[in-house]
Design a protein around this ligand. Sequence first.
Ligand code: PEP
Ligand code: MN
Length: 260
Amino acid sequence: MTKTVEIGSVKFGGPEFVVVAGPCSVESKEQFQSTADFVQSQGACALRGGLFKLRTDPSSFQGLGVNAYQLAKEVKESLGLPFISEITDPRQMGDLEDVVDAYQVGSRNMHNYALLKELGQSSKPVLLKRGLAALFKEWILAAEHVAKSGNDKIILCERGIRTFETSTRNTMDLNSLALAKKETHFPVLADPSHGTGRADLVTPLALAAAAAGADGLLLEVHPNPPQALSDGFQSLDFSQFENLMKQLRSLLPAMDRTLS
Ligand code: PEP
Ligand code: MN
């Protein structure tokens, strides 16, 4: 039985299906505000947006970091939506605590036990992504590191794993998503943006995840994906997001769920 976790006033893991959407990276006030306005208008009830980016290539955009704290707060407050963003280093906790409503732990940091233990001290929920090559068991044990350190407000997020298949960036492991729903009490989200790495595959895998029992979705949306400073190739544009939400609304009743 899933134990619900609240981020702000949004309940994860209950009968209502939750869509968290926003850009991969917060790039400017205008980019974040316009994306946030649009995703809210289509039914998203929480915002995502990276401030600190862990990029494979060190010459890639690393995020606006502390320079975006104020603008991120202004955007989320203007809409009254909770904001989830990745913490990449335990030293960010002090100030970031005042900006985010939940901490995202990224795939590259799922095994960072110092970070997990530090998050155990926070009163804010933790969205724990699966490591890109982590076993199901290692993912659940990572969640237990946070819980054992004092914070049981944990939401799991399946974001695809590295397999022998190279046609897509990652392989969405819906087996593990369904297994996490069966064997843990944590709410489970799906991130088909990173799970597929292709905007044109996000909608089918989002629907598949909802049908497989996900409690919600974490989605990358950008006003102009080709111009995005990170992950543009897998970001939905506004019309693709609108279409996904329409299809989700048709599917959810079959799962005895409605959109939050
Ligand atoms: C992200 O959500 O933008 C991100 C970096 O995800 P992941 O840690 O799953 O690669
Ligand atoms: Mn991304």
